[in-house]
Design a protein around this ligand. Structure first.
Ligand SMILES: CCCCC/C=C\C/C=C\C/C=C\C=C\C(=O)SCCNC(=O)CCNC(=O)[C@H](O)C(C)(C)COP(=O)(O)OP(=O)(O)OC[C@H]1O[C@@H](n2cnc3c(N)ncnc32)[C@H](O)[C@@H]1OP(=O)(O)O
Ligand SMILES: Cc1cc2nc3c(=O)[nH]c(=O)nc-3n(C[C@H](O)[C@H](O)[C@H](O)COP(=O)(O)OP(=O)(O)OC[C@H]3O[C@@H](n4cnc5c(N)ncnc54)[C@H](O)[C@@H]3O)c2cc1C
Length: 661
């Protein structure tokens, strides 16, 4: 029986068409749909007991699943696209993520043609398994501060990789702890006593015969991480080198080269390309944020439609909690954010592909913007998604705290995204540097392009005032864009003015860093809003689909406007009355979205297997499933628990002299 059938009947749009918008294309939808069902129906990919397993058992099971996934990919002759969807729907972090997601891209991006020809076929066949070994015990954010050394030995034509201190131990790389045979290791290049900065090296870590660490290599797992199951399926590792020798041709030499006679040569590509793998992965993380958030929102929305509390009239049913405006005000902006992040993720993938093509043609002009966009949007979307998952847990009341809701594990597995691939505050400071540079160049005649083109309208934006007179005026895209542009430009200019008061710019930057981060957030929010609005300019087929997306877009920007109204008011673009009208319009949009909420989350097309949540199951049959699941908990295997006779019974039977207390 479908307990959510009445909700589904209320939908005012074509859900099947929305599924295609969400997937990105009909083809992408068909692949995702087929592969998600394939995984869901295969008992080899079960994950329902994951949060109850001890670490060793959990990890072994992950190894089994990764091998099984590889076998299925081969047996079914899956394409690269299908294989990547299969790994996604298996939904279990594993060493393969780093192999495919970082090791291979690092060689592709930083290796010469010759190096790619040698290493990529081995990696593609998984005859070697790689990790990305950059972070150390002492330094993660400050890449220039890494201590591992790679010293060129001209006698033998080799690099000597060494960990000179405890803090130089590699610490965190996923897949390193127990599985990887190789790593792209980042180290400080030294030639003839002279330092040449951080470079990547392909280093073999374990024997391909017996998996033992090679001489001079000390390697292991760094231990349990936050949450049950969650990211503990990954073997994040520690690694030390004691003068390990590798051939010279294992330095990744696309950006710079070391010749046989020990000469250091820089190509005509910017040295920042050494950071290229991080740009690539940040872009994938943005594309992924909408998946994690939409998953949590699906659970919270379906459950909010099933759950009833208070408000019974004449013995009738109580109110569905989704009908409380407070619930809508917490839930619907997250639903809208999931869609917003989907579209900005699609755009960022386009930007990344564009910059990659330009780099191949030696056009480096858009690299700073690509760095700022990937860094800023990675920070914005992961912070909002991690906070959003936790909010969804609270939206599900007490039952959200049960592992069977799926939300605790989802939060635990997702929250490190705020830290890995660049701490979110550190990344926003990179965006702020980019903005300050842009502002400082405004008088130079250099026209700001792409996502900072609005800075070209600085004179207009500094003076313009909002023209909204009634709530519906907030539905005009041009009005909304101007509000977000004016806020962003004014916050950036205010930071630049305050910075100019310092004689030492770095000192000023450090002193004003909290304001700079806020200016960076305003800029990134403008990007997300403008890409959502751009999406709505496209032809979107399907009955009512565009109207629903327009409502969600409105909820996204009006919620931001309400939340940050202090910024908008302080920059005197808005009056308090106009801010209040924005809030009136926001409430009206909640009412519009309410009957469509369940259908809007159905449009994500997630299987019950992928959701892994009793509260979010498609049929809404929550209570019997929760009740049955409780009895399946291992603690209920026996009526009297282990330990009763040892620890509880003696308490009950004790003859205390203080019995009257
Ligand atoms: C299926 C696929 C799955 C794949 C995986 C998917 C998801 C992830 C899942 C799980 C996680 C798994 C892995 C996680 C891996 C990691 O975490 S790897 C380690 C990541 N580490 C970091 O991100 C470190 C963060 N720090 C930095 O990036 C830099 O050190 C920092 C930018 C903060 C500062 O660098 P520094 O050289 O000191 O920079 P400056 O501030 O002096 O800048 C110099 C100029 O360079 C520009 N720049 C900086 N970074 C980049 C870049 N990436 N690209 C282009 N340009 C860059 C910067 O703007 C400066 O320019 P100007 O001189 O101002 O013009
Ligand atoms: C689950 C997980 C997986 C990971 N996988 C990998 C991997 O595969 N390979 C790899 O190489 N690394 C990996 N990492 C490491 C990760 O990239 C780093 O932890 C991350 O870059 C943050 O660096 P940090 O730990 O040095 O934080 P720190 O920089 O020490 O941050 C600590 C605090 O200091 C603040 N801070 C630091 N610098 C500044 C500044 N300049 N201004 C203001 N505030 C500042 C930060 O905001 C933060 O609040 C992983 C980490 C995690 C958690």
């Amino acid at each position: 029986m479908d307990y959510l059938a009445d909700e589904r009947k209320k939908a005012e749009f074509d859900v099947d068409e929305m599924k295609i918008v969400w997937a990105g294309s009909r083809h992408a939808f068909e692949v995702s749909d087929r592969i998600s069902k394939l995984v869901a129906n295969d008992p080899g990919f079960r994950k329902d007991t994951r949060t109850m397993l001890a670490r060793k058992e959990l990890f072994k099971n992950t190894l089994r699943k990764a091998a099984y996934a590889w076998k299925r990919i081969h047996d079914l002759h899956l394409s690269e696209e299908e294989a990547s969807r299969l790994r996604f729907y298996v939904d279990e972090p594993a060493y393969t993520d780093l192999h495919w997601g970082m090791f291979v891209p690092a060689i592709k991006g930083q290796g010469t043609d010759e190096q790619q020809k040698k290493w990529l076929p081995l990696a593609y066949k998984m005859q070697i398994i790689g990790c990305y070994a950059q972070t150390e015990l002492g330094h993660g954010s400050n890449v220039q501060g890494l201590e591992t050394t790679a010293t060129f030995d001209p006698q033998t034509d080799e690099f000597v990789i060494h960990s000179p201190t405890l803090t130089s131990s590699k610490w965190w790389p996923g897949g390193l702890g127990k599985v990887s045979t190789h790593g792209v290791v980042y180290a400080r290049l030294i030639i003839n006593g002279e330092e040449h900065g951080i470079h990547g090296f392909i280093v073999q870590l374990r024997s391909l015969e017996d998996h033992l660490p090679l001489p001079g290599v000390t390697v292991g797992d760094i231990g349990m991480k936050f949450g049950n199951g969650a990211y503990n399926t990954m073997d994040n590792g520690v690694l030390r080198f004691d003068h390990v020798r590798i051939p010279r041709n294992q330095m990744l030499m696309r950006v710079s080269q070391v010749t046989r006679d020990g000469k250091y040569k820089q190509s005509d590509v910017p040295r920042q390309l050494v950071y290229g793998t991080m740009v690539y992965v940040r872009q994938t993380i943005v594309a992924d944020a909408s998946c994690a958030l939409s998953r949590a929102v699906t659970i919270a929305t379906r459950y909010s439609a099933v759950r009833r509390q208070f408000g019974s009239q004449n013995g009738g049913p109580e109110t569905q909690v989704i009908d409380y405006k407070t619930q809508q005000n917490r839930l619907f902006p997250l639903l809208a954010s999931a869609y917003a992040f989907k579209f900005v993720g699609e755009w960022l993938t386009w930007l990344y592909n564009d910059v990659t093509q330009r780099l191949q043609a030696s056009d480096f002009s858009t690299l700073p913007e690509a760095h700022a966009c990937t860094a800023g949007l990675k920070s914005l979307t992961t912070t909002a998604t991690a906070d959003g998952i936790e909010e969804c847990r609270k939206l599900c009341g007490g039952h959200g705290y049960l592992c069977s809701s799926g939300l605790p594990e989802l939060f635990a597995v997702y929250v490190p995204a705020c830290t890995y691939e660049g701490d979110n505050t550190v990344l926003l400071l990179q965006v702020a540097r980019f903005l300050m540079k842009t502002v400082s160049q405004l008088g130079s005649g250099k026209k700001p392009l792409g996502t900072i083109s609005y800075m070209g309208k600085i004179e207009h934006l500094m003076q313009s005032r909002c023209t909204v007179q009634k709530a519906e005026d907030w539905l005009k895209p041009s009005q909304v864009l101007e509000a977000f542009e004016a806020r962003a430009v004014k916050m950036a200019v205010s930071c630049a003015k305050n910075l100019s008061k310092f004689t030492n710019p770095e000192e000023g930057f450090a002193e004003l860093s909290a304001d700079l981060v806020e200016a960076a957030v305003a800029h990134c929010q403008l990007i997300v809003v403008s890409k959502f609005i751009d999406k709505l300019q496209q032809d979107i087929p399907g009955k009512g689909v565009k109207q629903q997306l327009e409502a969600l877009c409105g909820i996204y920007y009006l919620y931001l406007l309400h939340k940050h109204q202090g910024d908008f008011l302080a920059t005197s673009y808005l009056t308090p009355k106009q801010a209040a009208l924005a809030n009136d319009q926001l409430r009206a949009l909640y009412t519009k979205v309410r009957p469509n909420a369940v259908a809007l989350v159905d449009s994500f097309n997630y299987t019950d297997h992928f959701l892994g949540s009793i509260l979010g199951c498609y049929d809404g049959n929550v209570y019997p499933k929760l009740y049955d699941a409780a009895w399946k908990d291992p603690l209920n295997d026996s009526v009297v628990p282990e330990g009763y006779h040892e620890y509880v019974r003696p308490l009950l039977k004790q003859q205390l002299h203080t019995a009257k207390l």
